[in-house]
Ligand binder design. Structure first.
Ligand code: ADP
Length: 447
């Protein structure tokens, strides 16, 4: 096992990893920017190293500073968390070059699954259902027009190297397709350093369902069932739950097994998530693979009892997966609410500043993953998520009632948060029923 792990991240996920390390008897080292220097979680690690000023580019996204920090403290591994450098193959490569274990896949496996066109090819080979669309990056306009006519409009143009919901364009006819192709490619080149774009069928009504998988270095891999993350705004998930409402084990099992095949085929080790859209007839189409731990991993931990972060560390250290597939059951229901420092009544305007009142919920079935304490100052530089409220109960209905109860206990002042919106959603008849699509929340907020 590792003796010292450096955490190349901040906020709640840094704290989550510190906790996992401690339970495994590993020393943890947190890195922090000047903007995070007073954050209490930083001091919970065994060591803390400042890596630069507030802007992420000069700290959490700065590969050489992070590697230097790992060398200074003699860390034998780095956990990248999510966001920041977690899906950058060059970072995984830099770790390898410096003989530091990257807690995640190899740079090769990451590059293969992180590129959407390459990933789609591998997915097909593994029997994972994908969207009808262009098999390769689009080279010529005529080719795009031909494929779009075959699969039927609407279609969506996507960047092969895209991420974060950026750079996608929906085209409802040939004119729109031709008008958008070039611009999409130029934009992709500027944003992701790679101008390759492809097209696929656009689904008007879909739910977001994703499969958690994890593999070791011996070629073993399992899935931890699915999560439904359809309640989104601007492609950002707000609420996630597991299992997916109204989905039978018989229906999801072959999809989950195909996802396992895919990571085996890619010689992948570590945790990964295969994201799918599910149509009204419960057909699945893979969107992409995220080659890291997800924000919403706790709902899976709650229903399966598997500690995903500890398992990631153990397999990175060369241990065999401690579970076989038949040991992975589904127990009850779990919901995660992302609590963001944003004002929903003012277009979700970010709310940096001091938290003078912080009264988190508790009681049966309530888990709070947060780095915030009373007096914490939300920095302006980073993502606005300040907490994840994760609630578990015997079934979905009880879980929603319990989540609403917990939200009512949760007090944050004076900054505005998404707590009132979550409370409203927990009591919404359509959300209660289950099965809302990925555009439902935006329609509701508009109307
Ligand atoms: P990114 O890597 O930028 O997050 P994804 O491929 O995961 O891009 O897509 C992000 C979101 O865009 C999806 O969650 C969904 O809301 C929407 N989307 C992507 N592809 C399609 C599609 N073919 N049909 C309908 N919606 C789509």
């Amino acid at each position: 096992m590792f003796s010292r792990v450096l955490i190349a991240n901040r906020g709640e996920i840094a704290l989550r990893i510190i906790r996992a390390c401690r339970e495994l008897g590993i020393e943890s080292v947190s890195v922090f920017s000047e903007a995070d220097k007073d954050a209490p979680y930083v001091k919970l690690a065994d060591q803390a190293i400042c890596i630069g000023p507030g802007p992420a580019k000069e700290s959490y996204l700065n590969i050489s500073r992070i590697i230097a920090a790992a060398e200074v403290c003699d860390a034998d591994a780095i956990h990248p968390g999510y966001g920041f450098l977690s899906e950058r193959a060059e970072f995984a490569q830099a770790c390898r070059d410096c003989k530091i274990e990257f807690i995640g896949p190899t740079p090769e496996a990451m590059a293969r699954l992180g590129d959407k066109v390459a990933c789609k090819k591998a997915a097909k080979e593994a029997g994972v259902p994908v969207f009808p669309g262009s098999p390769d990056a689009i080279e010529e306009e005529a080719e795009a027009v031909k494929i779009a006519a075959q699969i039927g409009y609407p279609v969506i143009i996507k960047a092969s190297a895209g991420g974060g919901g950026r750079g996608m364009r929906i085209c409802r006819n040939e004119t729109e397709l031709l008008a958008n192709l070039k611009a999409a490619s130029t934009e992709a080149l500027a944003a992701f350093g790679n101008g390759a774009v492809f097209i696929e069928k656009y689904l008007e009504h879909a739910q977001h369902v994703e499969i958690q998988v994890i593999g070791d270095k011996f070629g073993n891999a399992i899935h931890l069932w699915e999560r439904n993350c359809s309640i989104q705004r601007r492609h950002q998930k707000l609420i996630e739950e597991a299992p997916s409402p109204g989905l039978s084990r018989e229906k999801i099992r072959p999809v989950a097994e195909a996802a396992v095949n895919l990571i085996k085929l890619a010689k992948y080790h570590g945790a990964a998530t295969c994201e799918f859209l599910m149509d009204e007839k419960k057909n699945f189409y893979m969107l992409e693979v995220n080659t890291r731990v997800q924000v919403e991993h706790p709902v899976t931990e709650m229903i399966t009892g598997v500690d995903i972060v500890k398992t990631m560390i153990r397999v990175a250290a060369g241990e065999k997966l401690p579970y076989t597939q038949d040991q992975i059951g589904v127990h009850g229901h779990a919901i995660e609410c992302r609590i963001n420092a944003e004002d929903p009544s003012k277009g979700f305007m970010p709310q940096p500043g001091p938290v003078n009142v912080w009264q988190p919920p508790g009681g049966p079935g309530v888990r709070m993953d947060t780095h915030v304490v009373q007096g914490y100052v939300v920095p302006k530089w980073y993502d606005s998520m300040i907490a994840k409220l994760i609630v578990h109960d015997v079934d979905r209905d009880h879980c929603m009632t319990r989540t609403a109860r917990a939200l009512r206990e949760f007090k944050v002042e004076p900054i505005k948060t998404t707590i009132p919106l979550h409370l409203q959603l927990m009591n919404d008849p359509e959300v209660r029923k289950g099965g809302v699509d990925i555009h439902w929340l935006e329609r509701k907020l508009k109307g």
